[in-house]
Every structure is written in structure tokens, then in C-alpha cells.
Design a protein around this ligand. Structure first.
Ligand code: SF4
Ligand code: SF4
Length: 446
């Protein structure tokens, strides 16, 4: 009956309740030490990689543009420390596991900044100025998607945006960086929202926060009362359920609107923006600061879990050491959370724009069993999909049929795999299936 109800009530959230382990939620944001060497991949975002503007031996200052956007759907990269360019090397991406170019800067220990282009009257900037500054600051979606923000803020002219949703849900276990950001920089987040409302021309917004963060709900409500934002803005306290923070599930929960298969929120009149991205927009517009650092959580088996503001390009091991190191039984490091994060192969991997967390844990891989057709995966899926069919079709290489079951609507949240008693790594099958289906579609177009 519960499944039937959730399938037909558009605002009811399906999902799971994993243990949240928000063990760093009470820790104030601390500044991480500057890295001795920063490794900055040219592709830290969705879209074309940035193009290097520096070469080996060049001296750079903190905040200096060192790579320009490689196209409209692309953003520049800035030096995150001052020093000398050691070279351009090939690194494995912490997101895609593909090899790509990265600029390596050797620190001079000075952290000498470029002069920031801080506007005198940010409130008077035109829409075009704001968009150009957001692009030039290298801002991308910091909730993990890393989609260039200036593109997201320019939906097609025929799509009227009537609602902005500010995503402060942070539903992944362990991660507390957005929670702390709302508590410590909520006013900047709301200023960022004000800019976004102005650029999009939208007067209705929701700040969505799960109810396991009552202090953040209260803080944001108090700040909102004083912020004087034009239009109708409310802070929504939502039931805690994973994966409420996924854009499509959040939109469905708040507005009851469904994004079409393989579509984006603007198609139903909505733009969703994460709180960290709004803070970055604030910093770019009010302080002229490019995106060179972010708040991330280091948690799990580290001795002292922390929320750190860390420069991009810092090797993970330096941040883990700053958190007291790890016990010998720890054998896995993930960028992101335990549900959607990506296991890394080396502690030397540098953080980048999309790294909202470093999680150290003991690996819990279990042998894969056979599907017992229990339906737990179907009941868990927030997108009302049938994950067990994806597994069956991928195993049988029947990729075309995956489209009939709307595989492109899968947000890869892992709720299905979490509840699967047979320990089937369903998301891995889904990723393979999506890639194969895309190849087939591309082939059909040729
Ligand atoms: S099928 Fe996709 S959206 Fe549904 S639970 Fe599994 S990973 Fe999440
Ligand atoms: S939860 Fe696992 S075992 Fe149960 S139906 Fe889904 S894939 Fe099969």
C-alpha cells in the first residue's frame, strides 16, 4: 500500500533512511593549511576543458586566471596559491577517472593575491555584468554536478522560470559542509539568492532544508526576515529522507512537478541552486573573488572530523593529516558521500571544485548475489523506476530496452543498491547501461 501511495502522490518522497553519521555538524568551519603544491585539472566542470594560459616557470599570484574557458559551457581556472608553475602534467580525474591535463603550482609560501576587481556598487550591476563576472570567477554547481553556473542562469528564452529552489538539504551521510555554511554564512547565501533572482527575473524562491538540521532552518528563517529580499521567499523544513537533495526529487517534493525524461528543471520552470554555489556567487559579485576554495567535510574514520575551507588542488592526504590522520583499518577514501561518492585510488589525488567531502572508511564490499525479486529496489527508488530490470537488461546486453524503462531518469542516488539484500551493485550496472544506450542513440543519429 505504501508503494501504491507514493507512486501516485507526486509530493510524497520515496527513498531510504541510512544512518546519517553527521559527526562534524557541530564543528565550525576551519581554514585548512595551504598546500605546498596545488594540482589544478583543466576539467573540473561539465563541458569543455579550460585552456591553459600559463607555462612552466611562470610566476602566478593567488586568484590569477591561469586557464580560460574552453567554450560557452566551460569556465576558467584560477591559481589557488601564489608561486611558480612547475608544469602541466596528466592526472586521473577524481570524478571521471579519465586522464587529463592539470597545471601544477609550487607554492612560494606567500599567498600573494592578484588585485581583486571588486565592484563599487554591486546592486547596480547589469544582468550581463553579473553573468560575465560569474563566468569569469569560474563558478560551477558546487553540490557535486559542477555545471557552469552562468549557463544555468541563462535558460532558453522560451522557458519561463517561476521558481528558484535553494538546495540546503545535504542528504548524503557524513557531509556537513552546507549545514555549517548556512549556520556561519547564511547572510551571504541569501545575498547570492538575491543576485540570482535578479538575473533570472524570478520573484518566488524556496530555501529547502531537511528537518535533521533544525538550527539551520531557524538561522535561515531569522536571516530571511532581515534580508529584505523582494518577492516571496520561504524556508521549507522537509522530512529527512535520502536522496531528497537530488534536484529532481527536491523539485517534485516541493512543487509536485516532474522533470521530463532526460530533461532539466528549467523545462518545468525551475532553477535549483546549491547553497555553496550561492555563497560563491556572493563572493564573486560583492568581493570580486574568483572560485579558488570551498568548504568541504573530512569525516569517517579520521581522528578529528572537520569542516574545512580548503584551496582547490590540495592533495587529500594533507587534509586528512590536518584532521589527525586515520587508523590502520581504514582502507578506502571517497570524494563525496558513501552513497554517491567516488572511491579514489590514491591519497595524493587533489581536491577540486566538486569535492564537497573526503570520507575515509573501511571498505564494505560484499559478494554479489542473485536477484531474489524482492522488489526492495523498486520501493526505494525516488524516481519510481524499476532498477532490477536495468540489471537484467545490462547483464543480457539488451541496452536498447533500457530506454523503455526510463533509465535516463535515474539520478544514480544508490538508494536501490543500499536496500538490495543480494548486494547487487545496481548503480554500476546503471552507469554501464546509460553509457551504452547513449552510444546507441548517437549511432542512430549518424
Ligand atoms: S534506479 Fe537510480 S534513481 Fe532509482 S534508486 Fe536506483 S540509483 Fe536511485
Ligand atoms: S532489491 Fe535486489 S534482489 Fe530485490 S528485486 Fe531489487 S535487485 Fe533484485
Amino acid at each position: 500500500m505504501a508503494l501504491f501511495d507514493t507512486l501516485f502522490d507526486k509530493r510524497k518522497s520515496k527513498g531510504i533512511h541510512p544512518p546519517y553519521y553527521k559527526i562534524a555538524s557541530h564543528k565550525n568551519i576551519e581554514k585548512a593549511p595551504l598546500p605546498k603544491e596545488a594540482t589544478l585539472p583543466l576539467s573540473q566542470h561539465i563541458g569543455a576543458p579550460a585552456k591553459a594560459l600559463v607555462k612552466r616557470g611562470d610566476k602566478v599570484k593567488t586568484g590569477q586566471k591561469i586557464a580560460e574557458a574552453g567554450g560557452f559551457v566551460s569556465v576558467p581556472i584560477h591559481a589557488t596559491i601564489s608561486g611558480k608553475v612547475k608544469g602541466i602534467i596528466q592526472v586521473v580525474s577524481s570524478v571521471t577517472s579519465r586522464v587529463g591535463d592539470a597545471i601544477v603550482i609550487e607554492s612560494d609560501g606567500m599567498d600573494e593575491w592578484v588585485e581583486l576587481d571588486k565592484p563599487e556598487n554591486p546592486e547596480d550591476l547589469s544582468k550581463e555584468d553579473i553573468l560575465s563576472r560569474i563566468k569569469e570567477a569560474g563558478i560551477v554547481g558546487l553540490g557535486g554536478a559542477t555545471f557552469p553556473t552562468h549557463v544555468k542562469l541563462q535558460p532558453p528564452p522560451d522557458k519561463k522560470i517561476d521558481t528558484i529552489i535553494v538546495n540546503g538539504c545535504e542528504c548524503e551521510p557524513y557531509i556537513t559542509s552546507d549545514h555549517r555554511l548556512m549556520l556561519e554564512h547564511g547572510d551571504d547565501i541569501l545575498k547570492g539568492l538575491g543576485i540570482m533572482m535578479r538575473v533570472i527575473g524570478c520573484s518566488r524562491a524556496y530555501v529547502a532544508i531537511e528537518d535533521n538540521k533544525p538550527d539551520a532552518v531557524e538561522t535561515m528563517r531569522n536571516l530571511l526576515a532581515k534580508a529584505g529580499l523582494p518577492g516571496q521567499v520561504t524556508v521549507e523544513s522537509l522530512d529527512t529522507i535520502y536522496p531528497l537533495g537530488a534536484e529532481k526529487t527536491l523539485l517534485k517534493r516541493i512543487l509536485g512537478r516532474e522533470v521530463p525524461v532526460a530533461g532539466l528543471p528549467f523545462e518545468v520552470g525551475v532553477v535549483v541552486q546549491n547553497v555553496s554555489t550561492l555563497k560563491a556567487i556572493h563572493d564573486a559579485i560583492y568581493e570580486g573573488k574568483p572560485l579558488i576554495e570551498r568548504v568541504l567535510t573530512v569525516s569517517g574514520l579520521v581522528k578529528e572530523p572537520k569542516n574545512l575551507i580548503a584551496r582547490f588542488g590540495t592533495p587529500a592526504k594533507e587534509l586528512i593529516e590536518f584532521c589527525g590522520g586515520v587508523p590502520p583499518e581504514a582502507d578506502e577514501m571517497i570524494f563525496g558521500g558513501p552513497m554517491m561518492g567516488i572511491s579514489q585510488t590514491s591519497l595524493d589525488i587533489p581536491t577540486q571544485k566538486g569535492t564537497n567531502s573526503i570520507l575515509v572508511k573501511k571498505s564494505d564490499m560484499k559478494p554479489e548475489g542473485n536477484c531474489i525479486r524482492c522488489g526492495a529496489c523498486i520501493e526505494a527508488c525516488p524516481m519510481n523506476l524499476v532498477p532490477t530490470m536495468f540489471v537484467a537488461y545490462v547483464k543480457n546486453k539488451m541496452y536498447e530496452e533500457l530506454g523503455d524503462y526510463w533509465i535516463e531518469n535515474c539520478v544514480e542516488c544508490g538508494a536501490c543498491a543500499y536496500d538490495c539484500p543480494a548486494n547487487i551493485p545496481i548503480v554500476q550496472y546503471i552507469k554501464v547501461g546509460k553509457a551504452e544506450l547513449m552510444k546507441l542513440k548517437k549511432g542512430a543519429k549518424k
